[in-house]
Design a binder for this molecule. Structure first.
Ligand SMILES: C[S@@+](CC[C@H](N)C(=O)[O-])C[C@H]1O[C@@H](n2cnc3c(N)ncnc32)[C@H](O)[C@@H]1O
Length: 191
């Protein structure tokens, strides 16, 4: 278990920087990952929040990406089967309505051998006070923070998905005072 933002940031940058070809970024927000993507990548974004999408489009153009971001949710993306080389999600799987459906959709969109790169905060281990706290605050964060549920068992969802989880690193990042939040950074393949 690595600690601190520097190690997390380095792992995230390495995973994102390794992507090539056509990359679909789900829940791309305001476009904070453009600086980490290789400049030759053909970027397609999806972002359901209208205001964020407007900002995203502006930032995307600034980085030379010409395609307008899709308005769709990650549960159903209007792209053909096996049409992208990679899918990227950073702090999105906590927010989607249905993780299993999103992961199945990612598997549908990836070409065989394509990879899914993720960097996500996740639920603390079961039967810990931290997990109990995450459950208590979840209704408020779901309401106020784009559907975010801090208790999501994202790694388990990935292991149960059609994707093949090939790499996962664990981080504990400072949040409030002495409280830390568990994060994972990793890669899963469509085999
Ligand atoms: C915490 S933000 C992260 C934004 C960006 N990925 C980043 O790292 O800065 C979560 C994003 O997921 C988006 N989101 C929420 N539900 C979604 C869904 N079902 N499908 C795709 N994106 C979703 C939100 O609109 C928001 O922009």
């Amino acid at each position: 278990m690595a600690e601190g933002f520097t190690a997390y940031d380095a792992a995230k940058s390495a995973a994102i920087g390794g992507l090539r070809g056509t990359v679909l970024e789900i829940g791309a927000g305001r476009g904070r990952n453009f600086g980490r993507l290789h400049p030759d990548v053909t970027w397609i974004g999806c972002e359901p929040d209208r205001r964020r999408r407007t900002e995203l489009a502006r930032t995307a153009h600034g980085f030379g990406h010409t395609r307008e971001p899709l308005a769709s949710a990650a549960e159903s993306v209007p792209l053909p089967d096996a049409s992208v080389d990679a899918v990227l999600a950073t702090v999105v799987l906590c927010s989607v309505r249905d993780q299993a459906r999103v992961l199945a959709e990612i598997a549908r969109l990836l070409r065989p051998g394509g990879e899914f790169v993720f960097a996500e905060h996740v639920g603390a281990p079961e039967r810990t006070w931290k997990r109990a706290l995450q459950r208590v605050i979840a209704p408020a964060t779901r309401l106020l923070d784009h559907g975010c549920d801090p208790s999501r068992e994202t790694e388990l969802s990935l292991r149960r998905s059609p994707l093949d989880l090939v790499q996962v690193e664990h981080f504990d990042l400072p949040a409030l005072g002495a409280i830390t939040v568990p994060y994972v950074v990793g890669r899963a393949l469509r085999t």
